[in-house]
Design a protein around this ligand. Structure first.
Ligand code: UD1
Length: 420
């Protein structure tokens, strides 16, 4: 197993290229199942989660062509299977994204019911209720979701919560349904806009993506086509936090300021100077870090996927910050590890009170999810001495060459393979 070793205290300076977004690439790749002709997706990040979804697409009978340099062609003239087995879904919950396309295209799907995960129970009831509204019959049997439908029909679907992958599943399903579907209280994340734009380019009729009401007029078939994945806003935010925690000066090439307004605003409040232009985002920090309060919320609110990294930053800010996690019920597991590095954090329910300390100290740490692991890297960059972040497979699910990108801007960081 690999670990990341960081010698803290180096100031980051220079340029980091931002990769394609994991959370846009996964639904875009799943959406290729809706077309018979080849879809060519570019700017696909090289990540474990992408490998998992490509394996799933191959299992379903799609021909997957990896050209290298981030270009992936997927052709599904016919499908040989309509199931997503437990073995795949358990390594990546986002495998649920094949459900909508399979039901729309084949009239049936059997997808392993995702279990709870480190950050909460994470049910998929809203995905299933929406498909039922469109005429599907849904049963849960032996740990699998079994969906049967003739052709789906349009429906008015009002989501109880703006679920991101739920909105994406229903959006994809509705593109091939008979008639008009409206998704109310839809999620508004930029990745949903990216998915809708890709589908529109292939002939789908969609309006309102990026607002809380999306309207889809079903069409008989979608064409193939080429599409470039948007830049990863969470990767961008993570490197912004890394630059800020080291008092650095870093330009994030390809980062989109408009996708990260809540994060930029809190980073500015914490003492960073940030300039956004068409090429990317530059962050500099010369003054002290100041405490800030924030609460996670669906987009355009502060993203839950940035909560942990921001907490690492605030753990060395002057004053006390109150952080409230409102999207997932148990997404504060990194607190215990930050405390082991000397942070002063008190948790009360879904609130964390972070009292800034003058410095963190390096330690061996590990986390049980992707963004919590990224938080420990951010903390390690600022800590005195050496930090070892174990369970690097979490980071590899969502960050492309993280240690390379950070070492190029001056971090003392490397990956070490431990003896098995
Ligand atoms: C997506 C992102 C993930 C991010 C999350 C919230 C992908 C692949 N993953 O996950 O990185 O942390 O959005 O921004 O894009 N819920 C229900 N019933 C449902 C669905 C969701 O109760 O049927 C609840 C969840 O338990 C959670 C909240 O809704 O409390 C938001 O979850 P959701 O937006 O669905 O997260 P994901 O789409 O799984």
């Amino acid at each position: 197993m690999d670990r990341i070793v960081i010698q803290g205290g180096r100031r980051l300076a220079g340029e980091v290229p931002i990769s394609g977004a994991k959370n846009a690439a996964l639904p875009l790749l799943a959406s290729t199942l809706l077309s018979r002709d080849e879809c060519v997706i570019s700017n696909v990040p090289r990540l474990q989660d992408v490998t998992t979804i490509l394996k799933l697409l191959r299992h379903l009978g799609a021909a997957v062509r990896e050209e290298g340099n981030g270009v992936v062609g997927v052709a599904a003239p016919s499908l040989g299977a309509t199931d997503a087995p437990y073995e795949m879904v358990k390594t990546m919950r986002a495998s649920i994204l094949v459900l909508g396309p399979l039901v729309a295209r084949c009239g049936e799907a059997t997808v392993s019911l995702p279990g709870g995960c480190a950050i909460g129970a994470r049910p998929v009831n809203l995905h299933l209720n929406g498909l039922e509204r469109m005429g599907a019959q849904v049963a849960i049997e032996h740990g699998y979701i079994r969906v049967k439908a003739g052709r789906l029909h349009g429906a008015r679907i009002a989501l109880d919560l703006p679920t991101v992958t739920g909105t994406e599943n229903l959006l994809m399903a509705a593109t091939l349904a008979d008639g008009v579907t409206t998704i109310e209280h839809a999620a508004r994340e930029p990745e949903i806009v990216d998915l809708a734009n890709a589908l529109i380019a292939r002939g789908a009729r969609i309006s309102g993506a990026g607002t809380d009401v999306i309207t889809i007029e079903g069409v008989p078939a979608l064409a193939g086509g080429a599409y470039r994945v948007m830049p990863d806003r969470i990767e961008t935010g993570t490197y912004l936090a890394a630059a800020a925690v080291t008092g650095g000066d870093v330009f994030l090439r390809g980062g989109v300021g408009g996708h990260l307004e809540a994060v930029l605003s809190k980073l500015r409040e914490a003492g960073a100077d940030i300039a956004v232009d068409a090429e990317g985002i530059r962050l500099r920090r010369t003054g002290p870090l100041r405490a800030v309060d924030f609460e996670t919320a669906p987009h355009p609110g502060f993203p839950t996927d940035m909560q942990a990294q921001m907490m690492a930053l605030l753990s060395i800010a002057e004053g006390a910050s109150v952080i409230t996690e409102s999207v997932f019920e148990s997404r504060l597991t990194h607190v215990a590890e930050l405390r082991r590095m000397g942070a002063n954090i008190r948790v009360d329910g879904n609130h964390a009170v972070v009292r800034g300390v003058p410095h963190l100290s390096g330690a061996p740490v590990m986390a049980s999810d992707l963004r919590a692991s990224a938080c420990l890297v951010v903390a390690g960059l600022a800590a005195e001495g050496e930090t070892h972040v174990l369970r690097v497979y979490h980071l590899d699910r969502g960050y492309e060459r993280m240690e390379d990108k950070l070492s190029r801007v001056g971090a003392a960081i490397y990956r070490r393979r431990d003896a098995a």
